[in-house]
Design a protein around this ligand. Structure first.
Ligand code: B12
Ligand code: SF4
Ligand code: SF4
Length: 422
């Protein structure tokens, strides 16, 4: 047989096998699947710059794995392609204002049992299917573990683009998805990369981040990211870190919650294995303080809370509690007792007049303007009623004025300015 015919046959069988592998992946419950080549990561230089700038904080494993992330072909000998899957874990728009005062917010990806186990088992079944479809093929499965550049591979597999918030966004599923990868030496036909950038001029995610963690589009200082602080950071928080953690007990969804591709297109998942658990969606803030390790293991074994462990969850809960009590910044010290008194009044009063957490738990900052006035700014407020504004003014108890300005389509910034001279 001529070389050309052999090649044509090989390609024919590769594309038949590819169709079959994709069909099987959807049957197994993945929401989307694509095939990526393993050529050098087009964003290798960005990864180097990111690491060199120190933005990875204490995530030393990212430094150790950098060479493989840049050259994914080095991860598994003889691997030729990555079968990349997306699984939506979106449970619909979350309403932080609905979280009760003694409960705290958790990022949606952690609302169900451990995705490493659930998707790991699904990927193992997909690897079995690949072996059956392409006899003798060897595979390795990864989900959020190992030196795999998952978002880059997903983009290369045609599954979406990398948004300004660094999330892989699928045009139909949005960004609340887990990426799963099977590296394999089976002969499969790669998809075309998703080359379009559908963020356009939007920058909602960058503006909404409560900690200003984005240095620029596609560039995050993880040390300022609530997700890093509450999940990956080891040890106690410093005072500035504690403040950055704001009102999140575990992870953070703000830069995804505001994204139009989630707001408009994403649908809540019906995946039974990813059904939300009430004890994970909004845990009792006070439960962790007195919990023993064995109780924690019994209740949260096989959940994402295992990553920070009991010590980390205790630290996070203490930070949320402290952040719900407005604290004057040190910069205000010279203005003395009057401000301290105002702070106490706000701390005690807000909890009572603001049961829906319009202001309590929102990122808050304080500033003295020219030694003349004291400005209190609440960000990410999901709307505020005139009665609530009047309530705060009464708490402040002295002449002050309030401005409410739009921050995003869903959130406003509320400022109270209090004259200091009288
Ligand atoms: C370390 C890590 C984190 C860190 C750092 C996050 C970050 N943005 O890098 C922290 C702890 C902060 C984190 C947070 C979260 N994470 Co995380 N995380 C990872 C992990 C393990 C490695 C990512 C990494 O290498 N980061 C370093 C950066 C530099 O690399 P990168 O993110 O791959 O980015 C590449 C591209 O952005 C590209 N690039 C750079 N510049 C440019 C410019 C342009 C124009 C383009 C197109 C591309 C591009 O180059 C980079 C390097 O190759 C991956 C799993 C994995 N193995 O990949 C999960 C992963 C990225 N995380 C995930 C999730 C779900 C989250 C959270 C949503 C969890 C939460 N709710 O709290 C948040 C989201 C925060 C955010 N906006 O990114 C998912 C993302 C799924 C998706 N659809 O994108 C992943 C893929 C895990 C999984 N298997 O599902 N995470
Ligand atoms: S996860 Fe939260 S803190 Fe981190 S970048 Fe997104 S909005 Fe900012
Ligand atoms: S919020 Fe806007 S800029 Fe950010 S990822 Fe979504 S579309 Fe892109």
């Amino acid at each position: 047989m001529k070389h050309k015919d052999v090649e044509r046959r090989r390609q024919g069988s590769a594309s038949r096998n590819t169709v079959e592998v994709k069909r099987r992946a959807i049957e197994l419950g993945f929401d989307a699947v694509g095939i990526a080549t393993l050529e050098r990561n087009a964003h290798a230089a960005e990864l180097d710059r990111w690491l060199a700038a120190g933005y990875a904080g204490g995530m030393d494993y990212l430094r150790r794995q950098a060479e493989q992330r840049k050259e994914p072909a080095r991860i598994m000998p003889n691997a030729t392609v990555a079968v990349v899957t997306l699984t939506s874990y979106f449970h619909g728009p979350a309403d932080p204002a609905a979280v009760l005062p003694d409960r705290a917010q958790v990022a949606q990806y952690a609302w169900s049992g451990d995705y490493h186990r659930i998707l790991g088992a699904r990927l193992a079944r997909l690897a079995d299917a690949i072996r059956r479809i392409s006899p003798g093929a060897r595979s390795r499965c990864y989900v959020d573990a190992g030196p795999v550049p998952e978002r880059d591979l997903a983009q290369r597999a045609g599954l979406g683009w990398i948004g300004k918030n660094m999330m892989l966004i699928h045009p139909r599923l949005g960004s609340f998805t887990f990426i799963g990868v099977v590296l394999t030496d089976a002969a499969l036909t790669p998809d075309l990369p998703f080359d379009a950038d559908r963020c356009g001029s939007c920058r909602r995610c960058l503006d909404a981040c409560p900690t200003e963690a984005f240095v620029a589009p596609h560039l995050m200082d993880a040390r300022r990211c609530i997700s890093y602080l509450t999940i990956e950071h080891r040890g106690e928080f410093t005072e500035p870190e504690r403040r950055l953690a704001t009102d999140w007990l575990f992870g953070c969804d703000v830069c995804q919650d505001v994204c139009p591709w989630n707001v408009t297109f994403a649908h809540a998942t019906t995946d039974p294995e990813l059904a939300p658990r009430a004890d994970l969606m909004a845990p009792d803030l006070n439960a962790f303080a007195g919990m023993t390790t064995s109780e924690f293991d019994r209740r949260f074994e096989d959940t994402p809370f295992e990553r920070p462990g009991l010590a980390g969850m205790r630290r996070n809960a203490a930070a949320v509690r402290a952040n719900r009590t407005p604290v004057l910044s040190e910069r205000l010290a010279p203005t003395g007792e009057r401000l301290t008194e105002l702070q106490h009044r706000l701390a005690d009063g807000l909890a009572k007049i603001d049961p829906h957490h319009r202001l309590v738990g929102r990122p808050v900052s304080y500033r003295v303007i020219d030694g003349q006035a004291f400005e209190i700014t609440f960000r990410d407020v999901p709307g505020i009623a005139e009665a609530e504004v009047q309530g705060v003014k009464r708490l402040i108890g002295t002449d002050c004025f309030c401005t409410v300005s739009p921050q995003t389509q869903e959130a406003v910034t509320v400022r109270f300015v209090v004259p200091l001279h009288s």
